[in-house]
Design a protein around this ligand. Sequence first.
Ligand SMILES: *[C@@H]1O[C@H](CO)[C@@H](O)[C@H](O)[C@H]1NC(C)=O
Ligand SMILES: *[C@@H]1O[C@H](CO)[C@@H](O)[C@H](O)[C@H]1NC(C)=O
Length: 350
Amino acid sequence: MVYFLFWLLSLLYCARPGSAWVASNLLMTGPKAYLKYARSVQMGVQTGVVECKHQFSWDRWNCPDSATLPKGLRRATRETSFVHAISAAGVMHTLARNCSLGDLDSCGCDVSRNGKIGGPGWLWGGCSANVDFGEKISKQYVDSQETGQDPRAAVNLHNNAAGRLAVKATMRRVCRCHGMSQSCSVKTCWTQLPDFRDVGNYLKTKHSQAQKLNIDRKHMRAGNSAVSQGAIVDALDSIARTELIYLEESPDYCRRNVSMGLPGTEGRECVAHKEAATQWERRSCRRLCHDCGLRVEERRAEVLSSCNCKFHWCCTVDCDDCKRVVVKHACVRRDGADSLGSRRRSRDSK
Ligand SMILES: *[C@@H]1O[C@H](CO)[C@@H](O)[C@H](O)[C@H]1NC(C)=O
Ligand SMILES: *[C@@H]1O[C@H](CO)[C@@H](O)[C@H](O)[C@H]1NC(C)=O
């Protein structure tokens, strides 16, 4: 995550003359204004990446750190669409929460609707989450990375915006009753930010439903930038703003590919039947190991933990150390094969 601070700084100090946004923004507001929220933005991106790792912990692609570096983001797959969306959402969510908590002097609760009728039987009141501020800062910082005019930049910007819409879609309304002995003759309501987990769950579903953007290749090849921009806009128009989109099919993520920043699934832990909580977890050994030409190895480890604890009045606790064997499962190579590809090769050569 240090890297993200680095890109913020590199945006500031290594701004190429060609990157118009950075130049004009610095002229208008100066580096101080730009740095003002840098730390909170960095925390927001980190929140997004941590959630990404949680959401994909039993998938072949498990949001590896390399995927969140610009090099890994150069492709536009389903997975990079998720990284873009969750990062933009993380920044928006963090900054909006900063406002409600009074961390920042430039924003607070959104009270713009307070006193107005919100719906049948309720009025706006209290401290509504300032999502507009969070959205604005997320746009300023996260979207500023996309300086290109190519389809990939357009796709990334679309996915950033879809991530911010996910925060809005998962907002909750909370109400309080007023009136004679809380009779609820008057109710005031405000909006509350969702737990970021809700945003992650929502976007994970969007990831599984992501749509491939089909741009009219004929117009792209024309070489005329106005025509190709038109082709991109036309293609984007056909897809709802809430949906994640991608340009390239994903690899199978089984094999390690250093130049692509993909670690592969060898060595990954999976969940064997008994312990699995969900069906997705239950199938993780098949998905991560078997389907990738690897086998599952059982690993036993002894762990020491406290047990037989007795509480003595007052106030000590005596416990024994108990040894417990934990069984874990991991994907390993099959004998004589270094993974899917070479297994195929060796079979072919026979
Ligand atoms: C905003 O919130 C994040 C995460 O809770 C926190 O780390 C950061 O310090 C906050 N920003 C400010 C300026 O307090
Ligand atoms: C890594 O991926 C690239 C791009 O798909 C491919 O050209 C290259 O052969 C791959 N390398 C390995 C070791 O699989």
